[in-house]
Design a protein around this ligand. Structure first.
Ligand SMILES: Nc1nc2c(ncn2[C@@H]2O[C@H](COP(=O)(O)OP(=O)(O)OP(=O)(O)O)[C@@H](O)[C@H]2O)c(=O)[nH]1
Ligand SMILES: [Mg+2]
Length: 729
């Protein structure tokens, strides 16, 4: 009988939810995720074994030429393979995620699609700051981690550790890893999700060497640590043979996925209450909890890829309930529109292949739906949407972008819209009048990659500025009630401005309080704010949460308030987008409307009267409340050999930075420093030259703080100059 093709096996397995594992790789940059993924694919016969994990020959999962040029992963890549374990077949849907922090948004989004992840840790470098970040990303979505300690070959050849020292080091990594789980995980998973050498939830090996081992596997095969050392005394050819027979990476790793990572039936029981906030007792809620293929479909889009030739948009994501079929009519709940599915695709290796239908519990892609965004919930009839996918950091580095040829402006607008769709971590502000649009990203590398792709893949020549920083405007005191009068002098608005409480601001930032105008009673907002100490009266006066600012209506018994409130909120949002100091966005403001005086005749209180009056009142009150600029700062962890300590202290000091913490470990040092983004342009080069290329830095956190008083005026003047603002604008 002819061997069954892998796509036929996949077709068979997609319906057997117990036999599915949706997983990812996650790790600090360059700890070996892609080499690991490539070798799994090769073993499944889905790519040639010779080139698997070979950087120069090209990784199978690298689909963009810039990844090959830079030897680094930018996009998350979906792959699927079939694995046999204890005489049953399993479908493993795997997403290989990038390690560079600029592309961390891709990791956050991948977590929504999966239930378990292989966290890779390089045995030489050990747990790195970003190991902690990726664990946070996973645990936030209740994605279960297992541990793979990679690059053991280097521990033998470079570090020349004795077998005992090696075991000590592995133990140390495992303990640190478990400590992180204890610190980060929610109480119910703190113990349950710790990894354990003896049960096989930890493996170690070499992704490029194509081998892996776990303690149970070693016991079963009678392999000792000494045998591993012998491997690096024999010829490469002999080693490959031994490895394939005794410690094949794919077998140890995929066994681990099957045994220690949950299938979608198990995972959705505890993941759904965390990522979907509707009624769990409803029919739809029950369908989600049980991953029911016969219930209403619920597909969450985690990635959008636009095919340049056909313009088709491929939406990849996770189907949590129901079944998706070719030709099916669907409804997009955030975009609020209907559409029809033209193709249903699953991954076979790296290649998407068409199927007629796919049931719940799978990672898949659909074609035919246009103009939606990542995070969209797709169903048949309108349903409560899934929680928004929020990345840990906001984009803070910005460049202006314009076409080289003015005639290409419409094309640029179209291309920028595509970019924003494909990469939700990029924020675009389009200015169709001046032609100068703004593009904000997570870091310089991020913007460079996007800019190059616009030219290379979308065929448009563009000019960009050097990086600029987007500041924030806010207030530090409380103002009096300030009057803003309409141009016809018949309407007045009295407004008070103050700084928003820290805990409320944080709740908005974390997504615990969702943004938007408050139309009717909203129990989620009510509960959260009372938990934060607000009184019922205060909560009832809340009208709008907008980009980390809030608007309160404190007026009493005003008959016409209902007729103007939407206009007042429009004006509020406009000022929050462009503050009075330098037209930078506002943050952390609490704006209260205290009183109003309106003309009796509605004709004399239209938008042309209300907008300028409210703007005048808010900006006037902001000035009274000590309006000032805040700047973005990043906290970095910098790892260096100890001898460069002096250089780093100088470098950080020269950039208005602040050392927060310092740790010595062996011949290395770990420094935590806080640095203003404005001074970090060119940071990687500076770090490289200060440490002879041996320093590594990764971002740990991001925050906004007041620009030092002596710099405020100068920076405001510079921004206003760049924007060409006149004195009274
Ligand atoms: N010696 C050794 N090198 C390895 C091993 N695994 C990966 N590498 C090397 O480590 C580097 C990074 O490997 P990748 O697989 O690209 O790492 P990654 O985690 O996918 O990198 P990003 O996606 O860019 O974060 C490459 O030079 C690999 O050859 C290993 O087991 N041993
Ligand atoms: Mg990679």
């Amino acid at each position: 009988m002819a061997k069954e093709a892998s796509i036929d096996k996949i077709k068979r397995l997609i319906s057997s939810q117990k036999n599915i594992r949706n997983v990812a790789t996650s790790a600090h940059i360059h700890h070996g995720k892609t080499a690991f993924t490539d070798n799994l694919l090769a073993a499944a016969g889905l790519m040639s074994e010779k080139t698997a994990g070979d950087l120069e020959a090209g990784m199978a999962t690298w689909q963009h030429s810039d990844e090959q040029e830079r030897l680094l992963t930018v996009d998350a890549a979906n792959v699927s393979m079939v694995h046999e374990y204890q005489e049953q077949e399993y479908l493993i849907n795997l997403i290989d995620t990038p390690g560079h922090i600029d592309f961390g948004g891709n990791v956050t989004r991948a977590m929504r699609a999966i239930d378990g992840t292989f966290v890779l840790v390089c045995g030489v470098e050990g747990i790195m700051p970003q190991t902690e970040t990726v664990l946070r990303q996973a645990l936030k979505e209740r994605v279960k981690p297992v541990l793979f300690i990679n690059k053991v070959d280097r521990m033998i050849k470079e570090l020349q550790l004795t077998p005992e020292a090696m075991q000590e080091r592995l133990k140390k990594i495992i303990n640190e890893f478990n400590l992180l789980i204890e610190q980060i995980a929610e109480p119910e998973f703190r113990e349950k999700w710790k990894v354990n050498v003896n049960d096989g939830s930890v493996a170690f090996g070499s992704a490029v060497g194509n081998w892996a081992l776990s303690i149970p596997f070693m016991q079963k095969k009678g392999i000792s640590f000494k045998d591993i050392y012998k491997l690096y005394e024999i010829s490469e050819e002999e080693r490959k043979k031994w490895v394939w027979k005794n410690a094949p990476l794919y077998e140890v790793i995929l066994d681990m996925a099957v045994k220690h990572l949950p299938n979608p039936l198990e995972a959705q029981k505890y993941r759904i209450p965390k990522i979907w906030h509707g009624d769990l007792e409803s029919e739809f809620g029950k369908g989600l909890l049980t991953c029911d293929k016969n219930s209403e479909p619920a597909f969450v889009v985690t990635r959008i890829i636009i095919d340049q030739r056909s313009g088709k948009e491929l939406c990849a994501g996770r189907l949590y309930s129901g079944t998706i079929e070719n030709g099916m009519e669907i409804y997009c709940n955030s975009a609020k529109k209907s559409g029809r599915i033209q193709q249903v695709l699953v991954y076979n290796g790296v290649k998407p292949e068409q199927l007629e239908k796919v049931p719940a519990g799978n990672v898949l892609a659909i074609v035919g739906i246009k103009d939606i965004f990542v995070g969209e919930t797709i169903s048949k009839t309108p349903v409560e949407t899934f929680e928004a996918i929020k990345h840990l950091f906001e984009p803070v580095v910005t460049k202006s972008i314009e076409p080289k040829k003015p005639a290409d402006l419409p094309k640029l607008v179209e291309v920028l819209r595509q970019v924003a769709k494909e990469d939700p971590s990029i924020k675009i502000e389009i200015n169709e009048q001046t032609g100068e649009s703004l593009m904000s990203g997570m870091g310089e590398l991020h913007l460079e990659i996007v800019e190059n792709r616009i030219t290379a893949e979308k065929g448009l020549e563009v000019k960009t500025s050097s990086p600029i920083v987007v500041y924030r405007e806010t207030a530090t005191k409380i103002s009096d009630e300030i009057e803003g009068r309409s141009p016809n002098k018949h309407n007045s608005f009295y407004i008070k401005v103050e700084s928003l409480e820290d805990n409320v601001y944080q709740a908005v930032k974390n997504g615990d309080l969702s943004e938007g105008r408050i139309k009717k009673k909203n129990p989620a907002v009510f509960d959260k704010l009372s938990e934060l100490g607000w009184s019922g009266d205060a909560i009832r006066n809340l009208r709008d949460i907008y980009k980390g600012n809030i608007f309160m209506d404190e007026t009493r018994g005003e008959v016409h308030i209902g007729e103007v409130i939407e206009m007042v909120l429009d004006a509020f949002e406009m000022v929050m987008d462009q503050g009075p100091l330098a037209r930078e966005p506002c943050m952390k403001l609490k704006i209260s409307l205290m009183d109003i005086r309106l003309h009796e005749d509605a004709i004399h209180r239209g938008p042309a009267q209300v907008y300028p009056a409210v703007r005048e009142a808010i900006t006037g009150a902001m000035r009274k409340a000590n309006a000032c600029l805040f700047e973005p700062l990043q906290i970095h962890v910098i790892e260096i050999p100890s001898q460069f300590m002096g250089e780093i202290t100088k470098l950080v000091g020269g950039k208005r930075g602040q050392m927060i913490d310092m740790k010595h470990e062996g011949a290395g040092a770990e420094i935590k420093a806080k640095l203003p983004v404005a001074e970090m342009i060119g940071w990687s080069n500076d770090l490289r030259s200060a440490t002879e290329g041996r320093g590594v830095s990764s971002i740990l956190d991001q925050l906004f703080e007041k620009v030092p008083t002596n710099l405020q005026e100068e920076i405001i003047r510079k921004i206003r100059g760049r924007k060409g603002l006149a004195e009274n604008q």
